[in-house]
Design a protein around this ligand. Structure first.
Ligand SMILES: NC(=O)c1ccc[n+]([C@@H]2O[C@H](COP(=O)([O-])OP(=O)(O)OC[C@H]3O[C@@H](n4cnc5c(N)ncnc54)[C@H](O)[C@@H]3O)[C@@H](O)[C@H]2O)c1
Length: 373
């Protein structure tokens, strides 16, 4: 019988946000078993989560290093779902213990850490996956495949926006997720651009296959008392000469999770919205609007492969997240054609965040290169 990938989890304790999503995503395709965890810095809370998950008591740990040591030879990978500042040390330690890593974004706190992590991934040959989960949607994969087929012609313009409204007021004293995201020690040099701007950057590069070469940024912190940005706008120049606009905002009142991308080429254009993820719009000047629907006529093999159920039975955030996990599990099992965000994407994300913050801080020299990687 084929053995499932055995996974440990770090983070994802009671009241946390993304840990439970990772667990559902890991389970969905039956390729991964959650075998152990260190779910919280508070041992009692960690035990509570372990009990809810029916994990044996002796496989719930008070400290993640203790888990990595005790689980040697028993697990194949770890999922890291803690606040940002811990991703780097935890991922390095996991690699040093011979484990594949699936880690949430942003990958590290600095570009320097990201470079070190990439170096270690290359040295060990282990699989590293970063959960830029929006690239897991079938219609995002369809968009990328259509760009690759040349259906847009030469890409000229990319507009990507990610507005949310949940940080429009100072909720950080009472909201755990807001508290660390607005704290430079735990979030890094940016709140909004690091947290969601990095998803937008990754989506733009994934769909277009282009790289952001230079950028010019404006960041602002609207809510009094915040030292990190809660809103930002960035002009982009891509490596083929295309121009772009990236907006990320967490003070856009009334917005939920409205990630949207539009890509315009010489022959056609595409539009995809995360809140309506089963639909991809394709526009041309000389023909009526074409609307592609996941799993329906016109779905390309690159997208079809990531569909689970027939068209009209909505798939969403959890399934897209599970597509990333499924590809990660395939890679960990030795399959070469897995499609998931890598340590290189993580490094690009960190270079993007760093360039955005630097550009925004300087009112004179605005256009800055995104560090050569
Ligand atoms: N991909 C996405 O769509 C997405 C969405 C939300 C969050 N995230 C990312 O996921 C990460 C976690 O975010 P969140 O909103 O779930 O945070 P959270 O504050 O809700 O949860 C963090 C959890 O980690 C635990 N933890 C912290 N330090 C620990 C340690 N040393 N050992 C064990 N557990 C520890 C906490 O107790 C808590 O349970 C962040 O990096 C964030 O950027 C990604």
């Amino acid at each position: 019988m084929k053995r499932k990938i055995q996974m440990g989890m770090i983070g994802g304790g009671p009241g946390s946000m993304i840990g439970a999503v990772h667990r559902i995503a890991a389970r969905l395709d039956g390729k991964i078993d959650l075998a152990c965890g260190c779910f919280s810095t508070d041992p009692a809370k960690s035990r509570l989560t372990a009990a809810e998950l029916s994990l044996p008591e002796d496989r719930c740990y008070e400290d993640y290093l203790q888990m990595l040591e005790a689980e040697k030879g028993r697990i194949d990978c770890v999922a890291i779902v803690t606040p940002n500042h811990q991703h780097f040390p935890m991922a390095m330690q996991a690699l040093n213990h011979g484990l594949h890593v699936i880690c949430d974004k942003p990958m590290t706190l600095t570009v320097d850490e990201a470079r070190q992590l990439r170096g270690r991934v290359r040295e060990t040959g282990l699989v590293f996956c970063l959960t830029h989960n929006y690239t897991g949607y079938p219609m995002v994969k369809q968009a990328r495949a259509m760009v690759r087929q040349g259906r847009l012609g030469e890409i000229r313009k990319v507009v990507v926006e990610y507005p949310q409204g949940w940080l429009a007021s100072a909720i950080e004293s009472s909201n755990k997720q807001a508290s660390w995201r607005t704290d430079p020690k735990r979030a890094g040099v940016s709140c909004c651009m690091g947290d969601i701007g990095s998803h937008a950057e990754n989506l733009a590069e994934y769909v277009t296959g282009l790289k952001i070469r230079e950028l010019c940024a404006d960041l602002h912190s609207f809510v009094p008392g915040r030292t990190l940005d809660d809103d930002g706008s960035v002009l982009l120049r891509f490596d083929n000469g295309a121009r772009g606009v990236l907006m990320a905002s967490q003070i856009s009142v009334g917005e939920e999770n409205a990630l949207r991308i539009r890509v315009y080429g010489t022959q056609g254009a595409l539009e995809w919205c995360q809140e309506n993820p089963e639909t991809l719009q394709y526009r041309r000047n000389d023909q009526p609007l074409t609307v592609y629907r996941r799993g329906w006529a016109g779905t390309l093999p690159e997208a079809e492969r990531f569909c689970r159920i027939p068209a009209g039975h909505p798939e969403g955030f959890l399934e897209a997240f599970a597509n990333i996990y499924s590809s990660f599990a395939d890679a960990a099992a030795g399959h070469a054609d897995a499609d998931f965000p890598s340590v290189d994407d993580g490094l690009r994300g960190m270079a993007f965040i760093e360039a955005v913050v630097k550009s925004a801080a300087d009112d004179q020299t605005k256009w800055l290169p995104v560090a050569e990687l």
